[in-house]
Design a protein around this ligand. Structure first.
Ligand code: SF4
Length: 454
């Protein structure tokens, strides 16, 4: 590789681009889309179509310094219990705006730390969901958890409620790295949580790992992967640490001098990817890995893999309803995000108003570009003209992407064939976010700064 191309690759790697868990991305949501617009979008849903439901708990029992989430540190039970009561009311309020008792095919508890709830409150909320919705017999019921605070009572409750997937932020097992990010959880602690959940009947286990953390090296990450193999999750997501202290104030506690540089990050990402594949995981999309035969690996294989706010998913529903502060949902033609301030969110619910803070009505152009970007992110290839035709639009609507595509092609990140099919090359795959950004009509007007591409 010539020095010139290497320089250009470095420029791509350090480019700030979105993760594209939605298109348009959340910074483009606006307050003009509020309660009334969301109520209209809900009323227009097709009762025959299954939906997914996302429930958000913003509380955590511990503060991790690398965290980019909008979370609240909770040392007392009362605020969490009060939040659970409001969540129950929001489930009722949301259901009252729907055209029918909708079927749920995917249900996901995220946060924060949903297992910060009391077990009886989790049960009360799942009963509320069951009263207002029809949970399909084969629905995926997933919950994010924190091994540092997962009690035996909560493990038993998660099993009793029929959850079939749990995810853990493992990140890195090296003690020095754990100290530098303020997340102390030795392998035995994670193993106890996983073994307990498996014994309670939760079959699917996801781990999140992070590279690019302070003091982290390729060696510590590979040792982490070895330890993970022993514990045996069936899915692993491998994310690059996004150091954005201007947005995530907790990250100011991270020692920037201890962060690996762009080249070291790239080495860690490559080594981890190779190690996971050598251990029998299939690489999926940008950053996920699943055991062969897993539903996620199957979806990647047959082209039905999707991407949403939880990352790569088998969830094919075109509507994701959401409850809880800051949670983001979508309908076929809109995004909505709940108010982030707990008091304002609770007040809206008490007054019988959907607690929407902002959102976006999707244009035909948004839907077209969103599908192209999602296909690139999921499959690493797309034929934009074919997608445009399927949307009843002309490929000329995408002419603004051409200069960026020509540059990516010249640099060997994509190849294009005579039919117009764009395929990311092995060089381009780790930079798929940069490739997808060629179709992002909002990027030039982007106000938010995103994390670097690798
Ligand atoms: S990383 Fe997870 S557990 Fe840690 S503070 Fe953030 S949301 Fe809470």
């Amino acid at each position: 590789m010539t020095a010139c191309i290497q320089t250009r690759l470095d420029r791509y790697r350090t480019r700030n681009v979105p993760r594209y868990t939605s298109y348009p991305t959340a910074p483009h949501f606006h307050k003009g889309f509020g309660t009334e617009a969301h109520a209209r979008a809900l009323a227009a849903l097709d009762p025959a179509e299954p939906i997914s439901l996302y429930l958000h708990v913003p509380f955590c029992r511990h503060l991790c310094w690398y965290c980019g989430c909008n979370m609240k540190l909770a040392s007392r039970e009362a605020p969490i219990a009060q939040y659970a009561q409001m969540l129950r009311q929001e489930i009722d309020l949301l259901a009252s705006h729907l055209p029918a008792k909708m079927r749920i095919s995917h249900l996901h508890w995220g946060g924060g730390t949903p297992t910060a709830l009391l077990p009886q409150d989790l049960a009360m909320l799942m009963r509320a969901v069951g009263d207002r919705f029809q949970i399909e017999p084969d629905a995926e019921l997933a919950i994010e958890s924190d091994p540092r605070s997962l009690s035996d009572e909560m493990i038993a409750m998660i099993g009793a409620l029929g959850f079939n997937r749990a995810s853990f932020g493992v990140q890195e097992f090296d003690p020095r790295v754990q100290a530098a990010i303020n997340r102390i959880q030795p392998p035995e602690m994670v193993r106890r949580a996983v073994d307990g959940l498996r014994a309670a009947g939760v079959k699917g286990i996801n781990f999140d790992l992070i590279y690019g953390l302070p003091h982290q090296t390729t060696e510590t990450l590979l040792e982490t992967i070895r330890l993970c193999e022993e514990i045996g999750p069936d899915r692993i997501a491998l994310f690059g640490y996004a150091h954005v202290p201007w947005m995530a104030k907790k990250q100011r506690l991270i020692d920037e001098a201890a962060l690996p540089g762009a080249e070291a990050r790239q080495d860690q990402a490559n080594a981890a990817s190779h190690a996971l594949q050598a251990a029998g995981f299939t690489a999926i999309g940008l950053d996920h890995f699943a055991r062969a035969g897993d539903a996620l690996a199957q979806a990647a294989e047959d082209g039905t893999l999707r991407r949403n706010f939880q990352g790569y998913t088998t969830d094919r529903a075109t509507t994701m309803l959401c409850v809880g502060t800051t949670s983001i949902g979508r309908t076929p033609r809109s995004y909505s995000q709940n108010l982030s301030e707990t008091g304002a969110w609770a007040r809206a619910i008490s007054e019988g108003r959907l607690p929407v803070g902002r959102g976006l009505a999707l244009t035909d152009d948004d839907l077209l570009r969103g599908e192209i970007i999602e296909r690139l992110m999921c499959q690493g290839r797309v034929n934009p003209a074919a997608v445009a035709a399927a949307h009843g639009q002309s490929a000329t609507a995408l002419a603004d992407a051409e200069p960026a595509l020509a540059e990516l092609e010249a640099d060997g990140l994509i190849v294009r064939d005579a039919s117009g099919l764009i395929t990311a090359t092995p060089l381009g795959r780790p930079l798929i976010r940069v490739i997808a950004s060629a179709f992002d009509a909002y990027l030039a007007t982007q106000k938010a700064r995103h994390a670097v591409a690798v």
